[in-house]
Design a protein around this ligand. Structure first.
Ligand SMILES: Nc1ncnc2c1ncn2[C@@H]1O[C@H](COP(=O)(O)OP(=O)(O)OP(=O)(O)O)[C@@H](O)[C@H]1O
Ligand SMILES: [Mg+2]
Length: 474
């Protein structure tokens, strides 16, 4: 008798993958009726005996096996043991005639999910299959939920009104509707991961996992198994089979952070996965189809890395289907007051405080600073100040030194009265801002969060003429 293995349809990535059920029964009629019942919702593969079943399991991804206990040659119990030795996570439902029920119960101890007695009702079969597949997907979800629990979940809101940022938000909701690969670039702390999560949340995949992986945070030797998983015994120390991030993200989104740090051989493997839409666990020797949306992020210039030979150009083109560039915070200073308010609200909530906001001087300092660490740095500064501050507002003194004092060795190294120090500091901030906006008083006032008239008054007091600051003049 020949095995009737129907080739699995190639995954096109646009359609959710259906669970694969392998039917093992020597009676052609029974195999046909299983197929008839299950075909609508599942991929059904059927074979007449144990050896053929094990061949399928070695070469294809199978989620559930419906296994007849009485088979010619190798009997069902032995097949069950071999299936479990091959892959513990494959669920098995035994199909038995009434007289072998006792054997079936014994088989449950060997890891079968349940048994089905012939003849069976269609509904009975369908509900058993559903429950078995649910248990199988539970394992993945537990791993995923555990990692999500470690995150501070609540405030995932993205703040920004700068035109560039607004444009970015529109792009995000546009690409969210598709399954296109997205490349997010931007300096460290600009909000790349936040944007990746927003794409996932707005996509039809939102109920499936969002899984992040950062090669820079994982030892080189473990990275391949982290991405693709491994089989028990695949290498020294692989005591258990482990699912990789790709499999954990099945149906959802995989966020490949700091993609430029991926080693060349893994770049090659990743390229293959993106082309074939299937992965291979380390030590498995068989492919598993995946349906995962990829979002990659980097804070280095990938085109430069490609030119230097540090990053494969073919992989770069595969990833760079839709490009989202997140501007640095210093290029969108008008968002600073908004972000400060946003973070104060958040930390008030977290620390049970009632801070109204920064004083005008503190806000001026926050707006004038260069923010090399971008939004993350701003968030840290607000968090730290929110912890320290006693009163209702965050003052200049509650800010870290690099913000409250201009250049090192400036105000604080000399013993000066506080009001004079404050005045000097304020003057420094205003000058810096005017310098940045090429002497435009209205713009400087807006960025500093004060009224144009009060800025004019200050300038008059300091005898500063804004026009002296134009085009590079000090
Ligand atoms: N526009 C924003 N609105 C609100 N919070 C933001 C915004 N941008 C960034 N954040 C916050 O700043 C922190 C850094 O953001 P995120 O981790 O997304 O940055 P990143 O670009 O991935 O940084 P890195 O390159 O360092 O990994 C996060 O806590 C995030 O919530
Ligand atoms: Mg990040």
């Amino acid at each position: 008798m020949t095995a009737q293995v129907r080739p699995l349809e190639p995954g096109d990535g646009s359609r959710a993958l259906r669970p694969v059920i392998l039917v093992v029964d020597d009676e052609l009629g029974l195999r046909e009726s299983f197929r008839l019942i299950l075909d609508d919702d599942y991929e059904v593969v059927d074979v007449p005996d144990g050896p053929a079943a094990l061949d399928v399991l070695r070469s294809a991804q199978v989620d559930l096996v419906l296994l007849d206990i009485r088979l010619p040659g190798m009997d069902g119990i032995e097949v069950l043991e071999r299936i479990k030795a091959l892959d513990e996570s494959v669920e098995v439902i035994l199909v038995t005639a009434v007289k072998t029920v006792r054997t079936a119960v014994a088989a449950m101890k060997l890891g079968a999910f349940d048994y089905l007695t012939k003849p069976f009702e269609e509904d009975e079969l369908l509900s058993l299959v559903r429950r078995a597949l649910e248990r199988r997907s539970l394992e993945r979800e537990v791993v995923y939920l555990r990692s999500e629990l470690e995150r501070r979940h609540d405030f995932d809101e993205i703040v920004g009104q700068h035109p560039e940022v607004q444009k970015l938000f529109r792009l995000v909701s546009h690409v969210a509707r598709t399954s296109t690969t997205v490349l997010i670039t931007g300096e460290s702390g600009t909000g790349k991961e936040l944007i990746a999560r927003a794409i996932h949340r707005q996509s039809p995949r939102r109920d499936k996992p969002f899984v992040a992986v950062n090669p820079a945070a994982i030892a080189d030797t473990l990275m391949e198994s982290e991405l693709f998983g491994h089989e028990k015994g695949a290498f020294t120390g692989a005591f258990q089979r482990k699912l990789g991030r790709f499999e954990l993200a099945q149906g959802g989104t995989l966020f490949l952070d700091e993609i430029a740090t991926l080693r060349p051989e893994l770049q090659a493997k990743l390229l293959r996965v993106l082309q074939e839409r299937e992965i291979e666990r380390v030590g498995a020797g068989r492919a598993i189809k995946i349906d995962v949306r990829i979002i990659a992020a980097t804070n280095v210039d990938l085109t430069e890395a490609v030119a230097r030979g540090g990053f494969r150009d073919d992989l770069y083109y595969r990833l760079n289907v839709v490009h989202l560039a997140v501007p640095p915070l210093r290029a969108r200073r008008e968002d600073i007051p908004l972000l400060v308010r946003h973070f104060i609200r958040r930390f008030n909530h977290e620390f049970g405080k009632r801070i109204d906001g920064p004083t005008p001087e503190a806000l001026a300092a926050l707006c004038a600073y260069g923010w090399p660490g971008n939004v993350r740095e701003l968030q840290n500064v607000v968090e730290r100040s929110a912890v320290l501050v006693e009163g209702a507002s965050i003052g200049v003194d509650d800010l870290p030194m690099e913000l409250s004092v201009g250049a090192p060795g400036d105000t604080l190294s000399e013993a000066v009265p506080l009001n004079e120090a404050t005045d000097r500091f304020e003057r420094q901030m205003v000058l810096r801002m005017l310098d940045r906006v090429d002497g435009n008083v209205s713009e400087a006032a807006r960025a500093l969060g004060i009224h144009r008239n009060s800025l004019k008054a200050k300038l008059a007091r300091w005898k500063i003429r804004a026009r002296d600051l134009r085009s590079g003049a000090q």
